[in-house]
Write a protein that binds this ligand. Structure first.
Ligand code: AMP
Length: 355
């Protein structure tokens, strides 16, 4: 797809915004599909369709106006993806989204390609939760299989928590009970895979969370070369096994005894890849555009070490000082209201590497 073509992006958040900015640098136009008016992505895009994600007529009109369709989030109804794919290439495809939407399918996928995860059991009732707890033990974490993010839909299981109460709190018909991982750190790898199967992964980074929301990413992660290679292989093997065209972020735990366990994956740009915007030759958003448009992938080489700090809620009030700080690069998402817990922007602090 030559520059000048139109990329349809489902979702209007900051990931869509930064994708549209990267696409514009390469001469592409973006068309955003979102239920929200004045979304962060539509502020910087050529066109927007404002409609619900299951509005068939709007989806058809949207696809007709685009050359390729992609997503800035994965929780899109199956029927909508099927409709879009009838009209235009959809990258990544439905099979990838389907697996990434569901924690059970995701864990089965990882285990099937010999990538270890925390011990887990599918649970479908308070009774099956009690059986799973007897097998896995406490502490453990009960998670919804769908629509969970930033710790939403999760209940920590301790000896004191009755299964029936945990089940009610989770509030879904199916869940996954996971053994609690006593990790030494959390890491992630973002990998791109092109239409021709070319693979390029960014360096392994460490992610630190606060109140279940990503707070800081440190690039690179302080891992041994063996563990870093292992984490990278998990992401690359996953992308190949999925036959992915696009971007995949894989979040992993590093255990104290030196194992890498996959936690979850997202087939799109990811918050833990924002550091690449200022510290790599090609950033995750440009890489995403290149993959989705069938272009050669760029070099993911890191030219600087970096620390990415999310600006959540009122953190954004510090923007005047951040603009004055040497070595800091500020990125704001154009959101009008700084509600608590809302991602408003991020700052990348750079430490250039000596040649
Ligand atoms: P998730 O929604 O699965 O990404 O979980 C959000 C965060 O909760 C993770 O980044 C971890 O910090 C923590 N967490 C999730 N699952 C586990 C687990 N099985 N053991 C320990 N911590 C976990």
């Amino acid at each position: 797809m030559a520059p000048g073509s139109t990329i349809g992006i489902i979702g209007g958040g900051q990931l869509g915004r930064m994708t549209a900015l990267a696409a514009a640098r390469l001469g592409y136009r973006c068309h955003i599909f979102t239920p929200e008016t004045d979304s962060p992505a539509s502020q910087v895009s050529a066109a927007t369709t404002v409609a619900e994600y299951d509005d068939a007529a709007a989806l058809e009109r949207f696809a007709a106006a685009d050359d390729v369709v992609t997503f800035e989030f994965e929780n899109v109804p199956a029927e909508s993806v099927r409709l879009l794919a009838e009209h235009k290439p959809v990258r990544p495809d439905w099979n990838v989204l389907r697996i990434a939407q569901d924690r059970l399918l995701e864990k089965r996928f990882f285990n099937d390609i010999a990538v270890p995860t925390a011990t887990w059991r599918e649970v479908t009732s308070p009774e099956s939760l009690a059986v799973a707890i007897a097998e896995i033990g406490c502490p453990s974490v009960l998670k919804t299989t769908r629509l969970g993010y930033d710790g939403k839909g999760q209940v920590k299981m301790t000896e004191q928590m009755p299964p029936a109460e945990a089940w009610a709190r989770m509030g879904a018909p199916v869940g996954v009970l996971e053994g609690f991982v006593d990790f030494s750190c959390e890491v992630s790898v973002i990998v791109a895979r092109g239409v021709d199967g070319q693979i390029a992964s960014f360096d392994v980074v460490e992610n630190r969370h606060l109140n279940h929301i990503l707070d800081t990413t440190l690039a690179p992660a302080a891992l041994s070369p063996v563990l870093a290679a292992r984490a990278r292989a998990v992401a690359e093997d996953s992308a190949r096994a999925l036959n992915l065209v696009g971007l995949l972020a894989v979040e992993m735990f590093v255990t104290h005894d030196g194992y890498i366990l996959a936690n979850e994956m997202a087939p799109r740009p990811h918050n833990s890849g924002h550091w690449t915007m200022d510290a790599c030759l090609t950033d995750q958003f440009e890489q995403f555009v290149r993959a989705v448009c069938g272009l050669p992938l760029g070099s993911p080489k890191r030219h600087s070490d970096a620390e990415m700090k999310n600006l959540i809620g009122s953190d954004i009030d510090a923007w005047p000082e951040l603009l004055r700080e040497p070595g800091a690069r500020l990125h704001l998402y154009g959101k009008a209201e700084a509600r608590p817990g809302r991602k408003m922007g991020h700052v990348n602090r750079l430490h250039p590497r000596k040649a």
